[in-house]
Design a protein around this ligand. Sequence first.
Ligand SMILES: [Zn+2]
Length: 65
Amino acid sequence: MPKHNKSWVKSKVIVTLVGNCRYCSAEILNTDSFVSFYPKGHAHYKCMRKADEDKTYENESKFDW
Ligand SMILES: [Zn+2]
């Protein structure tokens, strides 16, 4: 029984640099969860979520008058 399937092919993931995060300014790779802004700019999804939460909180306290 010939059984030399030693060359199992790893799925080829090409990692490319998307850009720098708008919030934490770290590099974003296309393997990360990220969002793009119009007309340009990118951010980690988690950074955007965090910023959104902060903004919401900020607005809430700002308009609490
Ligand atoms: Zn980030």
